[in-house]
Design a binder for this molecule. Structure first.
Ligand code: SAM
Length: 411
């Protein structure tokens, strides 16, 4: 798509094409394209409308009903923050005193739109002309033009003297592939890391695998999961920082949700389940106990396993492995719980004969601290029989160990 085609999608002809394409989003692409052309639609407009129809459908998991009126590029959609996360962030920014926000590298505008809905004035900037045009179209589509201005510019040229907050979610992709080296981020890490010195109320969004060594001094580093999937890290700088580390667990919006409530309504950002701490506490170490807790990845990545262990009165069986063991099954949303029924030193030969004896034909393999690949292991175990089992491959006091475990249903 080009900015010109995007502009045409905003005309009455474009609206007709989009409405027709929405009904054809599931059809094979060639059938859909010829059906639109048969209605007399210009082929370029028809193709652009079909692309939007497909992207809008895919975007519903991130944006709910808003996706039906928004515009996307494929990379823009892939990189966009899902609304359950951006909404909560916006509430926290507003409560933290941000009234005028610069969004440096706004993409299709997910974070800028959420901030505006929280009542914040936003100057959203993207260096890519099509992406900036898409963000602008989304601002109009969602009726937020009174609160958001969008410019196509390099983040480095933006005057930050007029804002009291900055959000920056640098691009971590190049030529379609992910980049992990912060030096390859765009805007560059050097630029990004300097922003909190210019505007103290700054939030940096990063990939969850970001190096803890890059956390700015005094900032809060938060890891966020949605439905148990780790989705991002965010560094909250200056007065926005709370505890040094935070693990936040969110649930995705129900599929039927239309426009969500603004964050200032009944739910506050701080209502979301979270564990906070220093990030450098160590949990006590002891033997394998009756229950094993597998903490949410946000807890593990934020180095808050010790804080979680104290919630369930738990211990580790190896100081380097983030499985927590306890004598009772405490209901918790921060981990999945398993009852350990047996522990044995890891020997594939012995495991094969035990599983044979028990007639186990279906085996769930969980692992932490083991180099064995579950699929390869299952093949070499030559499973046969009607029974099912779950095993955990891990280390106990550094010794490779297999635990037989039964999932404890969540409370
Ligand atoms: C990860 S995306 C932002 C996604 C956005 N937060 C959202 O949820 O929709 C990063 C964006 O930064 C833009 N970008 C990269 N380098 C930039 C620069 N130097 N100045 C401004 N924008 C830039 C890219 O075009 C891309 O759209």
């Amino acid at each position: 798509m080009t900015p010109e085609l995007l502009a045409r999608l905003g005309t009455p002809d474009g609206a007709t094409a989009l409405a027709a394409a929405a009904d054809l989003a599931d059809a094979p692409p060639l059938t859909a394209a010829s059906a639109l052309r048969a209605r007399g639609l210009d082929p370029d407009l028809a193709a652009a409308a079909l692309t939007q129809a497909v992207l809008r459908r895919q975007a519903r998991t991130k944006f709910g009903a808003d996706a039906n009126v928004m515009f996307f590029t494929r990379p823009g959609l892939e990189q966009a923050t899902r609304s359950v996360v951006s909404r909560r962030r916006a509430g926290r920014l507003a409560e933290g005193g941000v009234t005028r926000l610069a969004d440096l590298g706004c993409g299709v505008g997910a974070d800028a739109l959420a901030a505006a809905r929280a009542g914040i004035r936003v100057h959203a900037v993207d260096a890519d002309p099509l992406t900036a045009a898409v963000a602008s179209a989304n601002v109009r589509a969602l009726g937020l033009a009174g609160l958001v201005t969008v410019s196509c510019a390099d983040a480095g040229t933006v005057d930050l003297s007029e804002v009291d907050g900055v959000f920056c979610d640098p691009a971590r992709r190049r030529g379609g592939s992910r980049v992990f080296d912060p030096r390859a981020f765009s805007p560059s890490w050097d630029f990004v890391a300097a922003v909190p010195h210019r505007v103290p109320r700054t939030v940096l969004k990063l990939a969850p695998g970001i190096d803890h060594g890059l956390i700015p001094a005094g900032a809060e580093a938060e890891w966020v999961s949605v439905d148990g999937d780790l989705v991002e890290a965010a560094f909250w700088c200056g007065p926005l920082a709370g505890a040094p580390r935070r693990a936040t667990l969110l649930r995705s919006d129900p599929p039927s949700a239309s426009r969500p409530d603004p964050p200032s309504a009944s739910r506050r950002w701080s209502d979301s389940p979270a564990i906070t701490g220093s990030g450098d506490a160590t949990a006590p170490v002891g033997p394998v106990r009756r229950y094993l807790y597998d903490p949410d990845p946000a807890v593990v990545r934020s180095h808050l396993v010790a804080e979680f262990a104290s919630i369930v009165d738990g211990t580790l069986a190896d100081p380097r492995i983030a499985y927590v063991y306890a004598d009772s099954a405490t209901p918790t949303g921060f981990a999945r719980c398993f009852e350990v029924t047996e522990a044995m030193p890891l020997s594939v030969k012995r495991l094969r004969s035990v599983l044979r004896e028990r007639g186990v034909g279906r085996l769930t393999v969980k692992k932490r601290g083991s180099a064995l690949e579950p699929d390869e292991l299952r093949r070499s175990l030559r499973l046969a029989g009607p029974e099912e089992a779950t095993i955990v491959l891990t280390r106990v006091d550094d010794a490779p160990t297999v635990l037989f475990a039964t999932p404890v249903p969540a409370a």
